[in-house]
Design a protein around this ligand. Structure first.
Ligand code: FAD
Length: 506
């Protein structure tokens, strides 16, 4: 991570090489791209559609001054590019690291939790082995041993094995390697919902393995941190300040309506929703994949590189914040709720400095999966706020049996305020076989580059993935500007390429 950052600073563009670069989207990938382009001596301008920065990490204040977040966001030790960015911006002290443990609610024991404790000072992978072996409440020793045949090839072969498992769902992989169903019930359902907001029957095994591989190989890989406050102020703004100090710009409230092309298919300019036109030397898309698909000009739409995007689609998710009239007995850190409707949650009055309160808890929860799942046709993304909150509070009765719900003493804790933020298309749904459709940052269009967490990089759809993708997009621009060889456009998978060939036959 730091080597790539260094590359931008070490070879700044000469005056002749310097490019103006229009970046569409002010999420983490667009901001990271602009940051590294300005470090490299270029002139990036970020055009963000909304009046708030951050995209999926955006947040805004309500009339009470409370921050409403798009998502509960957790940073992992295994986020090298993100950590590097914090260091470069000199804001590392804004990360509030929690004790190195993974905490799960006990499915059959309301109000009880169990943790995998990673012993400090023990190198990887021994610290993970210790964490797994010392927890006796979730898996039996036999079950732990039966995980080994599936995980050993990952340790031995690394990324190539992980990539090859992308065609299999978690359940198919478990069957192939003879893993007992209880491992799914105890671990993989919770992991799948946390990593990609879907259940293991729909999730590609490569997602679970990618996370496990980082956690196994890096001593602090699975340690979690919370930002000390809202993301736009505490993370996005320092990136913007850096961009502006080094000659770039960030403009908000500037939705791009269409991409205008030259006769040779290169980008001529961007047409804004307000009727203005933007021209630059190079153009970077840092929009979510579902938006990019809508903006692709018709003469690009038959090209295999752009056609493969049809195979990627954002997954719905809902973020909930609940303010209570009192302090709940909550842990300082992230918790896997292991309930059917919820994924992870945290008491932000404990975990995050800006939201701290001694008097009352504020739980932030991720509601997933939201799309209809087997056995239930409920489409939660379309449900009313009341229905979603009601279902959430019912599930909380299991997590806080003596404090919330019918079993609570003195009527229990009351919700004083709640918010529901729907993201109908969030990170790309990593269902089996999607990896091969992820585009490279470099595109076949000479002056058009693709950022965004869905573009290919090894960190899936995540904040780290977004930062790395933005950085790789900046690298493509810099290499082209300096007339250096680039890594090239990633080969489009055969099924897409052949399909186009067949369509061309009259
Ligand atoms: P986005 O953040 O989607 O940014 C795209 C930007 O483009 C947006 O600002 C959008 O407004 C803008 N845009 C769109 N169309 C236009 C247009 N026409 N013109 C101009 N601008 C446009 N990741 C983690 O690592 N850890 C977590 O704990 C975690 N939790 C999450 C919880 C939730 C509920 C959600 C939704 C996501 C979570 N993520 C987490 C994922 C993470 O937020 C994303 O992977 C990352 O922020 C994506 O960044 P991006 O720049 O690729 O896309």
């Amino acid at each position: 991570a730091s080597a790539l950052s260094e590359k931008f600073r070490q070879n700044p563009a000469t005056e002749e090489q310097q490019k103006t670069v229009a970046i569409i989207g002010g999420g983490l990938s667009g901001l990271a791209c602009a940051k590294y382009l300005s470090d490299a001596g270029h002139k990036p301008i970020v055009y963000e559609a909304r009046n708030v920065l951050g995209g999926k990490v955006s947040a805004w204040q309500d009339e009470d001054g409370d921050w409403i977040e798009t998502g509960l966001h957790i940073f992992f030790g295994a986020y090298p590019n993100m950590m590097n960015l914090f260091e470069e911006l000199d804001i590392e002290d804004r990360l509030q690291w929690k004790p190195h443990r993974m905490t799960f609610a006990m499915a059959d024991k309301p109000g009880q939790f169990t943790s995998f404790e990673f012993p400090p000072g023990v190198p990887a992978p021994l610290n993970m082995a210790a964490a797994i072996l010392t927890n006796t409440e979730m898996l039996t020793l036999t079950e732990k041993i039966r995980m080994v045949p599936g995980l050993l090839p990952m340790l031995l072969e690394g990324q190539s094995f992980i990539d090859a498992q992308d065609e299999l769902s978690v359940l198919q992989f478990m069957q192939k390697y003879g893993m007992p169903e209880r491992i799914n019930q105890e671990i993989f359902i919770a992991m799948g919902k946390a990593l990609d907001f879907i259940d293991p029957d729909r999730l590609s095994m490569s997602v679970i393995l990618t996370a496990m591989n980082r956690f196994i190989n890096e001593a602090d890989g699975s340690q979690t941190a919370f930002l000390d406050g809202n993301q736009p102020d505490r993370l996005c703004q320092p990136i913007v300040d850096h961009i502006e100090k080094t000659g770039g710009q960030v403009q908000m409230g500037k939705p791009i309506a269409s991409i205008d092309l030259n006769a040779d298919n290169s980008v001529k300019g961007l047409l804004c929703a307000d009727g203005s036109t933007i021209t630059a030397d190079m153009y970077v898309s840092a929009m979510p994949v579902d938006v990019v698909k809508r903006l692709i000009p018709s003469s690009w739409s038959t090209m295999p590189y752009f056609r493969q995007l049809d195979e990627l689609e954002g997954i719905p998710v809902v973020n909930i914040q609940l303010w209570f009239d009192r302090k709940l007995k909550a842990l300082d850190g992230l918790c896997f709720s292991r309930s059917p409707l919820l994924s992870v949650y945290a008491d932000m009055s404990v975990c995050c400095e800006e939201y701290a309160s001694d008097k009352a808890s504020m739980l932030e929860l991720v509601f997933a999966p939201c799309s209809p799942v087997a056995g239930s046709e409920k489409n939660w993304i379309a449900a009313s706020d009341e229905e979603i909150i009601d279902a959430t509070v019912k599930e909380l009765a299991r997590l806080f049996p003596t404090e919330i719900g019918p079993g609570a003493m003195d009527g229990g804790a009351k919700v004083t305020k709640s918010t529901v933020v729907r993201v109908p298309r969030s990170v790309y749904a990593a269902t089996p076989g999607r990896g091969k459709f992820r585009p490279s940052q470099e595109s076949p269009i000479d002056n058009f580059v693709m950022a965004g967490d869905f573009a290919i990089q090894k960190y899936l759809g995540s904040m780290e993935g977004a930062v790395l993708s933005g950085k790789l997009a900046a690298e493509v621009v810099c290499d082209k500007a300096a007339n250096k060889a680039t890594k090239g456009v990633r080969q489009v998978t055969e099924s897409i390429a052949n399909n186009e060939w067949q369509e061309r036959i009259p």
